[in-house]
Design a protein around this ligand. Sequence first.
Ligand code: SAH
Ligand code: SF4
Ligand code: F3S
Length: 472
Amino acid sequence: MLKKLHIKTFGCQMNVYDSQRMSDVLAPLGYGATDIAETADMIILNTCHIREKAAEKLYSELGRYKISQDQRRAQGSDILIAVAGCVAQAEGAEIMRRAPHVDIVLGPQTYHRLPEMVAQAMRARDVKSNGTNRRGQGVLDIEFPADPKFDFLPDVSVEGPSAFLSVQEGCDKFCTFCVVPYTRGAEYSRNVVDVVTEARHMVERGVREITLLGQNVNAYRGQRGSRSRDSAGLGELIGELANIDGLDLIRYTTSHPVDMDEKLIQAHRDVGELVPFLHLPVQSGSDKILQCMNRRHSRDDYLRVIEKLVTARPGLKLSSDFIVGFPGESDADFEATLALVRDVRFIQAFSFIYSPRPGTPGALLADRVPNDIQSDRLTALQELLSDHQRAFNQSCVGEIMPVLLDRQGRKPGQLAGKSPYMQAVHVMAPETLLGEIVELRIFEALPNSLSAVLAAPEAARSSMLENGRLSV
Ligand code: SAH
Ligand code: SF4
Ligand code: F3S
């Protein structure tokens, strides 16, 4: 009989990919996905540790699941509860102590061992139902194993025409605010053959767009094959992937400005499948703050990289991440961030108030910025960023863009997708176009999306790819 698995995912796209892989690993044990936690046989919370409050949210979520678990036990069945991801990595033993009803705690590098952990947890559960206290009997696995998990994962499954593919894991950059190097471990890249094989499988199953993932994806340096001594960077990997017939759109995220090498920039010039859009976090526009953050680049370095990218691919647009209120950030430093934003005109961005993370060097810095100033700065930055986003969306009105229609829209008869620039686009279109890349003419810019009509209903697909290059 099919057992029901409910996975709730927090955090970045890497966690989204990992959740899919955990479900792939559990499929041979008879687990199939359900959206409803309360009736599931197993719940996995795939957690994020990047900013404060994540852990508190986790414990309140776990408290709610305990109620369902108790009810199910009273009826003679059970719910197995697992906590995965970055909070699990950072606070494994603490989770076991504070929430002893959790059966499994596993880090982001050990989920290929989930079947083993489930079996172990089941055995512990039998003991528990005989009245033994559960405390201390959960399964904890937060190692950074020497053998990468990718070598042990089953074939990838996909849902829909758009998929994530992790090519790189971990981070060696140690920005002073960030927990990722501690929760995900050292940088590791999968080899080119394995990535291309996984991408081919995805395309065979209907995928048209792949987003290559890594905490620091452009630090990618993979061996060409498992025994090869030759290695390739992300630009070369993208070149290989572009040769896969039926793979029409390639994206990658998240990149670090110092790893934007010449070959990757050339890929933006040469590879038509690579979208003219890049998420390139800068965090701050002040050289002093960038240095305190250990970002390893100046404001000018960042602007130079952008100049090269836009020269390679005219029309390329950028998005970014910002942190305001890092310790020591003065009004002038913050003004430098606003000035950078005015210079670049990002078309989207994420911005956050600095959150001191235990165990990171930033958490020990004095000269904290008071909360009210942090909030005021966030508001000012977000207003400016929103102005630019709105202006860009407005400038799209009248344009024709290729859009991968990957889901039903909210209204009947409507389909939705995202533009090359990650804008949500809605269009009235026949269902037969679901999963297709179609040319849409944008006629209205709404606050969070674009409305469009089919530009070329007859020749929706063929007219758009000119010599294998998206005509954006
Ligand atoms: N690898 C990416 C970022 C991963 S984390 C990079 O190098 O840019 C995603 C974003 O969360 C970061 O870009 C940063 O803006 C934000 N972030 C990370 N740690 C943070 C912290 N301690 N406080 C506030 N924001 C943080
Ligand atoms: Fe975190 Fe910096 Fe690594 Fe990005 S590059 S994951 S911000 S340490
Ligand atoms: Fe969060 Fe871990 Fe991703 S901390 S942002 S889930 S790498």
